[in-house]
Design a binder for this molecule. Structure first.
Ligand code: NAI
Length: 271
């Protein structure tokens, strides 16, 4: 039991139904519960989140669902109050909630293709704002209000899910890259600022991973083969493979790891 007695809040963890393709947060919820943690699932997808929590509880784990829109500061405060009164403490926060880029109507922007519509010159303020809100604002708020609870425990671990596209550039998804870059740097700021209080803060950078968010990518043969050819290990990641990195950073096995970037991408950005 690598996470025995730890209380862990994971955002964006509703996609953890046992008979479906799981998201990274959903897979992390299962792995953390199997390692002995009490898991709080925070999401806006209420029905699925409750069902995921039920399934974990039925298998003998501990999970509780809370409605948490990560862009809403009051919801964060309410969530931590409920954790403080029900579970009595917080040891780990996993900021995982995220969204993909909406499929822009390229004709309305003047771009010649959906891919071009995601390049710098067609990126809109609305598009940028929506990505920064979920990823950067969500991560900042989660950390900001977790710190007093972690301080009470004399330390803890914060894990922020960024992306390989928070480290290297790509041809499209400009707003997403800006937001994931912000997640990476917010991580380093918090790691340095709270290291003396034994609060460790790290980012995880998944590569192309099979989740509900990326169904189109890995089921569309055209996109699929193009992406596979970019991956040295020659296949997409399963969400459990990212979740195991989260388990490591949540556990005391990573007690000397802070401010670091855990890249789990099958070698894509090593090239
Ligand atoms: P997913 O769609 O399975 O999970 C995302 C979850 O976030 C969903 O349950 C959704 O309801 C929730 N969510 C969205 N907006 C929210 C909000 N405002 N408040 C609370 N919850 C919200 O997607 P996936 O792929 O598991 O993504 C998880 C994280 O991993 C995201 O941050 C994503 O950007 C990142 N990532 C995913 C990669 C992939 O290839 N799947 C690659 C790199 C990073």
């Amino acid at each position: 039991m690598r996470l025995n007695n730890k209380v862990i809040l994971i955002t964006g963890a509703a996609t953890g139904l046992s008979d479906e393709i799981q998201g990274i947060g959903g897979a992390a919820a299962w792995k953390c519960a199997q390692e002995g943690a009490k898991v709080i699932i925070g999401d806006i997808s209420d029905e699925m989140g409750k069902e995921t929590a039920n399934q974990i509880n039925e298998m003998g784990g501990y999970a509780r669902y809370v409605h948490l829109d990560v862009t809403n500061e009051n919801k964060w405060i309410e969530t931590y109050e409920s954790i403080d009164s029900i579970e009595g403490k917080l040891n780990v926060l996993v900021n995982n909630a995220g969204t993909g880029i909406p499929n822009y109507d390229s004709s309305s922007t003047g771009a010649r293709s959906p891919e071009e519509a995601l390049m710098v010159e067609y990126t809109t303020i609305e598009g940028l704002d929506s990505q920064l809100k979920v990823h950067a604002q969500g991560v900042l708020l989660g950390m900001k209000h977790a710190i007093p609870l972690l301080r009470k425990q004399k330390g803890g671990s914060i894990i922020n899910v960024s992306s390989i596209h928070g480290i290297v550039g790509t041809h499209t998804v400009t707003a997403y890259q800006a937001a994931k870059g912000a997640v990476r740097q917010l991580t380093k700021a918090a790691a340095v600022q709270y290291s003396k209080e034994n609060i460790r803060v790290n980012s995880v950078h998944p590569g192309f991973t099979k989740t509900p968010l990326t169904t189109e990518l890995f089921t569309n043969p055209e996109l699929h083969s193009d992406r596979i050819s970019q991956i040295p290990l020659g296949r997409f990641a399963d969400s459990e493979e990212i979740a195991m990195g989260i388990v490591f950073l949540a556990s005391d096995e990573s007690s000397y790891v802070t401010g670091s970037e855990l890249i789990i991408d099958g070698g894509v950005i090593a090239q």
